[in-house]
Structures are given as structure tokens and as C-alpha cells.
Design a protein. Structure first.
Length: 336
């Protein structure tokens, strides 16, 4: 039987996750792992959990600004967690489309406009995570090359943000050029990519206003900073010599690492990345795996429980959400 592209990606992700889990457990002492997990007090875990919820709340605020303030924070917060819930149980990041399906009617915008705000948010994530990863290098690895790489990437990240702002300000001119000059010269299949580009430009609407751009950027930075604190508090409970730079480096590595195909929720890949990164910093593999399992469990607990609440409040179901998301047509510039 011939597998579709989606099925191939799903099976590849499951294989990658399985290999990663086998690899980390192969270098782990089960008794040391159990002892490390016992050393994590309820106070530490509850503190990390509260910080994670705060981080998600700040991200929901940023998304609300990207949506032009057209929705209440609570609606954005619940839709965001429904998206996380879907990503935890369905492969191929279907949660991004699911939360767009939920928020579009609330914001009174087309589905693809809502998707475009999610795309902008994810693009900012990539820039900030890469900046976190490279920026923490000089404080984690005492090497001149690390400092040079950090400074160079800082300039690249700044240029990327400036480019995003300029694109937001000129989005109508760029969109008009794509629609009038580029799309007519392309075949129907390629024109769909122009449709994606046009809707991505829609999502930049809020960034064209300086205050909105600074609000989105500040909230996203603060959201990631709170997550670094959650990672740092938990890591210090297991590794006393660890500091927040280690946590930032670990979180940045995880954020970039889960981009590879994996099981839903990044299962296995997150554990593999954290064990590899922390082992390179001299942390015992058993302690590193205990840390990874604890952080992943906290993430699952929050996003699944809040996601279930969101599904109930929105009066829908996961199957209905996915069906509605699949029912959306690929955007065509002729229809924009």
C-alpha cells in the first residue's frame, strides 16, 4: 500500500521519537533516574507549573494584539491551549489550524487571516528561540568563538525584526505586486503559494503600528523569559550548579530541536535534546532525563487540561475541529 506524504511524515516522526527514547534510556541508570525524580519537591513542580501558565497567558496577550484586539484575552487563551492539545495528540502540528478555526469567528476575520497571525507568531518564535540559543552560548561555553557567534547572530536577529516591520508597513504594496504581477504568470499550483504570502501579509497588520509591534515583541520576549525561569527553577533543584543561562540554552535547544519530525508533542525528541545538551554541560544523563521528563510532564498536564476546558467552552470536539480545518481550501490569490 502506498503511503501518502502525511502518513510518511507521521511514521517518520514516530520512528524518530522511538529512536530518541531508546537512546536516552540506554544511557540512563533507572535507579538514579527514580531517585532524581523523587528529589523534585511538590513546591518546585507547582512553581514551574504556575510559571508555564503565566507564560501561555502572556503569549495569548501577544496573539490578541496580532489579531488587532478583536477578541477577549480569555478566548485567545483557551483557543491557544486547544491548539496545544491538538498538537499533543495529532501529528504534523494540526493544532495551529485548529486554533485558527476557533478564533476566526470570534475575531470576525477569515480563517486564513487567523492562520496568518499564527504564522507571524511562529516566525517570531523562531527568531527569539535562535537568539536565546546563540545568545546564551558565551555564558555556557567560555569560548571566544561563542561570543563572536552570539554578537553576529544578534545583528542578524535585529535585521530580521526590522525587515518584518518594514514588510508590515509596505504589505499593501507588496501584496498588490504579488497579486497583479506575479500570480497571473504562475500556474494554479504555484499561485497557491502566492495566496499563502498574501494572507501572511494580512497577519502583519498589527506590526505596522509601532506600539503594537513593541507590545507583541515585548510580550513574546517576556513569555519566553518566564519559561526560562520555569526551566531554571526546576533545573536548580536537580543540579545546584546550574544557572539561568543553562536553562536558556536548554530551552533554546529544545525549541529548535522539536522542529524535526517527531511523535505528537515532541515526545522523545525533547528528552533526547535535553539529555544531549545537559550531558555536554557535565550533567549526569540520569539527572538530565529526570529533568526532561518532569518538564515534559508539566507541559502535557497544563496544555491537555486547559485544552480540554477550551474544547468544552467553545462547545466543539477535536474531530469537529480537525474536520473544519481540513475543509478550508488552500488560498488562491484570485479569491483574495
Amino acid at each position: 500500500m502506498k503511503l501518502s506524504r502525511g502518513n510518511r511524515q507521521t511514521w517518520l516522526g514516530l520512528l524518530v521519537s522511538a529512536v530518541a527514547l531508546l537512546a536516552v534510556f540506554a544511557v540512563t541508570d533507572v535507579h538514579a533516574l527514580a531517585a532524581a525524580l523523587k528529589n523534585l519537591s511538590a513546591a518546585v513542580l507547582l512553581g514551574a507549573l504556575a510559571l508555564f501558565v503565566l507564560s501561555i497567558g502572556l503569549r495569548a496577550l501577544a496573539w490578541r494584539v496580532l489579531l488587532g484586539g478583536r477578541v477577549a484575552w480569555w478566548s485567545a487563551f483557551l483557543a491557544l491551549n486547544v491548539g496545544y492539545l491538538v498538537n499533543n495528540v495529532i501529528p504534523l502540528r494540526a493544532g495551529e489550524a485548529a486554533r485558527a478555526v476557533l478564533i476566526a469567528p470570534k475575531a470576525r476575520v477569515p480563517f486564513w487571516h487567523a492562520v496568518s497571525t499564527v504564522m507571524v507568531e511562529r516566525l517570531l518564535d523562531v527568531v527569539l528561540l535562535a537568539a536565546m540559543l546563540v545568545g546564551s552560548l558565551p555564558w555556557v561555553l567560555d569560548l571566544p568563538q561563542a561570543r563572536q557567534a552570539s554578537q553576529a547572530f544578534g545583528g542578524v536577529a535585529l535585521l530580521a525584526l526590522v525587515g518584518l516591520v518594514l514588510l508590515a508597513r509596505w504589505r499593501r504594496a507588496v501584496g498588490g505586486f504579488l497579486e497583479a504581477r506575479v500570480a497571473p504568470r504562475l500556474g494554479k499550483r504555484l499561485r497557491r503559494f502566492v495566496g499563502w504570502a498574501l494572507h501572511f501579509l494580512d497577519g502583519l497588520e498589527a506590526l505596522a503600528r509601532p506600539f503594537s509591534f513593541l507590545a507583541v515583541l515585548g510580550l513574546m520576549v517576556l513569555s519566553w523569559a518566564v519559561q526560562v525561569l520555569a526551566y531554571g527553577v526546576t533545573l536548580r533543584a536537580l543540579v545546584p550548579q546550574a544557572n539561568l543561562w543553562w536553562a536558556a540554552f536548554a530551552l533554546g535547544s529544545v525549541g529548535m530541536g522539536v522542529a524535526v519530525p517527531s511523535a505528537p508533542g515532541g515526545l522523545g525528541v525533547m528528552e533526547g535534546v535535553l539529555v544531549f545538551v545537559l550531558s555536554a554541560l557535565g550533567v549526569d544523563a540520569s539527572l538530565a532525563l529526570a529533568y526532561a521528563l518532569a518538564m515534559h510532564a508539566i507541559y502535557y498536564l497544563i496544555t491537555i487540561s486547559l485544552g480540554v476546558v477550551g474544547v468544552q467552552v467553545y462547545g466543539t470536539s477535536l474531530s469537529s475541529l480537525l474536520a473544519r480545518a481540513k475543509g478550508q481550501e488552500t488560498p488562491d490569490p484570485a479569491e483574495v
